[in-house]
Design a protein around this ligand. Structure first.
Ligand SMILES: Cc1cc2ncn([C@H]3O[C@H](COP(=O)(O)O)[C@@H](O)[C@H]3O)c2cc1C
Ligand SMILES: O=C(O)c1cccnc1
Length: 340
């Protein structure tokens, strides 16, 4: 990396990603052994046990903890909004950022409910990306700078990072990323987002298909896919996921657009998202296909389709519940309970 992280280049990002640390398998094994000794039939806490073991393997502790969770919401504006792909106008992005700052959004309440710090990272909202039906969304410098900016969301002392986004039209950007990364038809990857229907939905499908076709020559390189079809906030999500990996901070990803951004890293290295879980299954219909493509099972399915890290923040409560059982339960020996 250069001294100033805002100067990172794609070459430096590739270098970082090629040296990602792995999980601590010793800690995972100790955590698994402990799960087997706790006062419950083996496996009776189901997915919670798996979550505790996964968390242990990234924190490198058999008794992993969440004392300082952060919910990071990256906000950016999209030139492609000009194509009429969202049910809402672009100014909603900056208005919702103000709402986050005043505590009025869903994610504010979810952070309060789960004792998480909310940080909103506003990315030059007055400067949207280029409309990617006309030109690449970003230059390499802009894209790499946005990735580097996202990396700054991971600070010393954080022990869990929830990641999400705010950006009108970014479900179109997410769909275009997914289509470019995983193929198929544009229609497979497009959903209603904030609620586009009928002719507007058909237009969204057309926009995604035409954009991926326009930039076809660049689509073999995941970082170029991000540069051509992503957004500033989606690039920042890539950076946050990279920085969390380097710091071994477990990550909870939010819904469709966030998962699509993170999938850029999956395409570069199928193990690049091993430190991430997907917090929830979005009601955006393509989310399930995307999760199949990256081999992830969402933690909960509440029919949410909001974004702004709301699903990740809900899932944080589940992860905290898993760790509470893992750390606080008595073993059979401690409690004097007979084994099977
Ligand atoms: C009031 C409001 C609050 C939101 N919070 C998140 N989103 C979500 O909707 C946007 C994506 O949908 P599309 O691609 O259709 O524009 C993103 O900003 C996402 O975070 C919101 C959308 C609205 C309208
Ligand atoms: O799944 C998401 O993240 C999502 C879905 C619809 C609108 N905004 C976000």
């Amino acid at each position: 990396m250069s001294e100033n992280p805002s100067k990172a280049t794609f070459a430096e990002l590739r270098e970082l990603i090629s040296h990602f640390p792995g999980a601590n398998e010793t800690a995972r094994n100790f955590a698994r052994e402990r799960e087997g000794q706790l006062t419950k039939p083996p496996g009776a806490l189901g997915r919670l046990e798996e979550v505790s073991e996964w968390f242990a393997s990234w924190q490198g502790k058999d008794r992993p903890e969440i004392k300082r969770p952060r919910v990071a919401v990256f906000a950016g504006n999209h030139g492609v909004a000009a194509q009429g792909v969202s049910a809402f106008p672009q100014e909603v992005t900056v208005q919702m950022v103000a709402n986050f700052q005043h505590g009025g959004a869903a994610v504010n309440q979810l952070c309060k409910a789960h004792d998480a710090e909310l940080r909103v990272y506003e990315m030059a909202l007055e400067n949207p990306t280029e409309d990617f039906t006309q030109a690449p969304a970003m230059t390499e410098e802009e894209c790499a700078t946005a990735v580097s900016y996202g990396m700054m969301a991971v600070e010393d002392g954080l022990d869990c990072l929830c990641v999400g986004e705010m950006g009108i039209a970014n479900s179109t950007s997410g769909a275009a990323l997914a289509h470019a990364l995983f193929g198929g038809e544009a229609r497979d990857w497009v959903g209603p987002g904030t609620g586009v229907q009928g002719e507007a939905f058909e237009n969204k499908v057309r926009v995604v298909g035409e954009a991926v076709a326009l930039h076809q020559a660049a689509m073999t390189d995941p970082l170029e896919v991000l540069r051509h079809l992503g957004g500033f906030e989606l690039a920042a999500i890539v950076g946050a996921v990279i920085a969390a990996r380097i710091a071994r901070v477990p990550v909870i990803l939010d819904g469709y657009a966030t998962t699509a951004a993170a999938s850029v890293l999956f395409k570069m290295d199928p193990h690049a998202l091993d430190h991430c879980i997907v917090g929830h299954l979005s009601a955006e219909p393509s989310h399930i296909h995307l999760l199949e493509a990256i081999g992830k099972q969402p933690l909960v399915n509440l029919n949410m389709r909001l974004g702004e890290a709301s699903g990740a923040a809900v899932a944080l409560g589940i992860v905290k519940s898993a760790l509470a059982c893992h750390n606080g339960m008595a073993t059979f020996a401690e409690a004097g309970v007979s084994g099977a």
